[in-house]
Design a protein around this ligand. Sequence first.
Ligand code: ADP
Ligand code: ASP
Ligand code: MG
Length: 448
Amino acid sequence: MIVSKFGGTSVGDAAAIRRLVGIVAARRTERPVVVVSALSKVTDALLDLEQASDPAAVSTRLAALRDRHTAVATGLDLAGPVIEPLERDLAALVPWLATRIGRAWSAADRDFLVSHGELWSSHLVTAALAAADLPAAWFDARRVIATDSQFGQAVPNPAEIRRRAARLLQPLLDDGRIPVTQGFIGSDDEGWTTTLGRGGSDYTASLLGAALDAARVEIWTDVDGILTADPRLVPDARRLPEASYHEAAELAAFGAKVLHPATQLPLVEAGIPCWVLNSFAPEREGTRIVAGARPAPITGTSPVRSIAWKKGITVVNVRAPRSFEAVGFLQQFFTIFARHGVSVDVLASSEVNVSVTLDDASRLPGLVADLEALGAVTVFDRRAIVAVVGVDLRGTRGLSARLFNAVKDVNIEVISQGASEINITFVVREEDAPTAVRALHREFFSAA
Ligand code: ADP
Ligand code: ASP
Ligand code: MG
């Protein structure tokens, strides 16, 4: 079997869902499980409901969501029954939302609400496949995707998912059905709806792929594959024909939105290949993600293979008094981070000074208060990480000079070659990041 996951723009309107039907039909003999995201922008629209300050605002927003889904159903010539689950959910949401207007929501509330995006899109897709005479079977992902109770960022339990997939999904495949299920959502031990974090549908696809011993996992999106840079910043970014698991994971961790950072985790051990493909041009080759540290090159001998960036970063710098003993300092520093449950991305340190980056500043105040016991704390917000990912970057002579020469007009604040030989990362002001990414891309990909 295979898993084919379709992202928000790949189910975004009737034309997109028609393309999806064509793609799935062409794979019928490979026994696909179809995983879908919410229609593009619907997840944001659902989360925005928390900001609605009165019942009128809530109904306007719900009406817009209803119209969006109804328009897609109409565009697909799908009959009334498709709209029924949508109408039922919307009716149930009105009183649910009414009790929450103007109040801060719990993370569990948010997950329950936001799960509707995937639930609705999966109903539309199931009906569209059925209308094309394909034996689609709608399946509630929460029955299989077992997670812990960290709402908004739940951690899946692969062993349990494997057991449940064998019991609940495998029989559908054995019956010749095409299960259609939701990305992103799961449920905890008590049956509460959870989510795997933004962009989590990719992760669902790979979890199901590993659980069902898939021959491959396909991530259908709106670009030609993993590219040498974010195409919104670099329109002439090129496709990577191949990437290693490690490389794909690093790119995702450093902001390349094309894949959820955890996507490769379930696949590595089983050696299941993952393809990133363009649902707007299904005939194109896409990117193949495989084991092995030396994937096929993109251009000549360039050791750099891609450039990622991530905004919304906060840098925390702590300078200890000179008298402090270095080892003790770093130890205490990390103990404080661990106590606050905050993980750090980029790290640069000298004996008495340490800088780290955080991409979630929500726990910053308590963290800073504790760090002040160690030394002088400075916080810089609105920063961005720029990461250059490639093959054996540390072992490549002259690379740093080339790299820093390319961005000489940008003020670089923290540099880290990190634990991995495949990336070099630095921190810049958010507004400087696009310039840095473009300059690096020009340096490593235009001349070649
Ligand atoms: P989907 O809804 O299909 O999951 P996403 O929006 O989550 O799609 O991810 C695809 C987007 O990722 C692309 O449209 C592109 O703008 C962005 N992106 C950022 N960096 C890269 C990169 N290196 N390669 C490909 N796409 C990238
Ligand atoms: N719909 C969810 C999101 O927008 C999950 C996904 O698209 O992967 O984050
Ligand atoms: Mg995505």
